[in-house]
Ligand binder design. Sequence first.
Ligand SMILES: NC(=O)c1ccc[n+]([C@@H]2O[C@H](COP(=O)([O-])OP(=O)(O)OC[C@H]3O[C@@H](n4cnc5c(N)ncnc54)[C@H](O)[C@@H]3O)[C@@H](O)[C@H]2O)c1
Length: 425
Amino acid sequence: MRRIGVLGLGYVGLPLSVAFGEKQPTVGFDVNHQRVEALKQGIDHTGEFTKEELEKAQVDYTTDPEKLTQCDFIIVAVPTPITRVKQPDLSTLISASETVGKYLQPGSIVVYESTVYPGVTEEECIPVLEQYSGMKAERDFFVGYSPERINPGDKEHTLKNIVKVVSAQNEEVLNIIAETYGQVVDAGIYRAPSIRMAEAAKVIENTQRDLNIALVNELAIIFDKLGLDTMEVLAAAGTKWNFLPFTPGLVGGHCIGVDPYYLTFKAQSIGYHPEVILAGRRINDNMGKYVAASLIKQMILKDIPVQGSTVTVLGITFKENVPDIRNSRVVDIISELRDFGVDVQVSDILADEQEVQREYGLYLVPENQLQPADAVVLAVPHLEYCRRGWVFISNLLKERRGVVIDVKSVLDKKACPENVTLWRL
Ligand SMILES: NC(=O)c1ccc[n+]([C@@H]2O[C@H](COP(=O)([O-])OP(=O)(O)OC[C@H]3O[C@@H](n4cnc5c(N)ncnc54)[C@H](O)[C@@H]3O)[C@@H](O)[C@H]2O)c1
C-alpha cells in the first residue's frame, strides 16, 4: 500500500486527505499555519467537513515538509490562479513542486491535481521535480495527473461518487495510480491515454460550462430588451430532450471563470487565437455591470433618485452555500452601483468578514444593522435567504417598497409584493 502525502489542504486537498485518512495514515501538508492549526483542532473553515468527520480520519496535518519523506504517493493540490492580465500564474504550483522535489524519495509517484493547460505537468513541473530531487523522472520517480472534479458546497457530487480521471507516464504507474485512487473513489476510475489528455479534459470541462453559461447570459440580455422573462423562455425550451439546462448568472470563483484562460493562453502560445472561448469570457465578465445597470434603470422607472439611494446586496461569495469569496463577481455590481453614487451595504451569512475586508476592502454589515433600502440585490441565494423568501427580502426595503433584483431567479415571481418591482436575469 502506498503512503499518501497531500500538498495543499484547500477545497481539493482536504477532501482527498480525509478520504485517504479514513483508510490509512496520511500526511496533509500546507504552508498556511492557520489552516493547519485549525484542522488539527477539527475546524474546517471551508465548511466541507464537520469536527466528527475530521476526527475520523487519520491525517497528520503539518507545515513541516520533511514529513513528506514518509510518503511515496504525493498528491499536489495547490492553487492555479490567473494574473491581473488574465494569464496563468503557475508560481504556487512551481514552488510546491520545489518542496516535493526536495523531499522526494526514490520510487515515489507524484500526482498533480491542480487545473492546468495541456503540457504543464511535463513541461513545467517535472523539470522542477528533477532539479530539486537530483533524480530522473520515469527512472527514479514517476509522475501522473488526475484532475479534480469536486464541486464545493455540493453534498451530492463528492470525491467518492465522481468518476476519477487518472493518467501517468507509463502503463505500470497508471495502474498503481488507478488502484490507489480506487481505494477512495467508488464511482470508478477512468484511465486517460496520456497526462496531456487528462490535463486537456479537465480544462475543457470548465471551458464548456463557461461558454454554455455565456450563451444563456447573452440570451438573457436579448430577452430583457425584448421584454421576455428568460427563465420562462428557458423552461419552455427545456422541454425538448436535448436542450441543455443552463441558467444565467455571474461566473466567479477560481475554476470556471479562470480555467478557460489557461486554455486560451496555451492556444495563443502556439499561434491560435481563440474567438468563441474569449467571447464567452467577455460576456460573463460583464454580467455584474449589466445587473447593476438594470437595477439603475428600474430605480429610475420607479422614480427612485439614484444618487444617494441605499441598496442592499445580499451575498458576496462566488456562489451560493459556500464561504468562498475568491473571484466573486458580485464586487462588479457593487463597484458599478457606487460609481452611480449609490450607498451600497453588503451582507452575507456565510462569508468571513475579515477575509472580505482584506480581499475587497468591503465591510460586511450584520443583517440586524442593515438600513432600510431602496433596492435589494439578491446576488447569491444562499439556502437560508431562499428559505426566508419574500418576507425577509421585502422587510429590507423602505416601507416594503422598491426594486428587487433576483440574480438567480430563486424568488417566486407570482408572490412578488405589490409595491415591489422585481427584475431578474
Ligand atoms: N475548488 C474547486 O472546486 C476545484 C475543483 C477542481 C479543481 N480545482 C483545482 O484544484 C487546485 C486547488 O484548488 P483549491 O480550491 O483546493 O485551492 P485552495 O485555495 O482552497 O487550497 C489550496 C491550498 O494550498 C495551500 N498552498 C499554497 N501553496 C502551497 C505550497 N507551496 N505547498 C503546500 N500548500 C500550499 C494553500 O495554503 C491552500 O490551503 C486548483 O488548481 C484548482 O483550480 C479546484
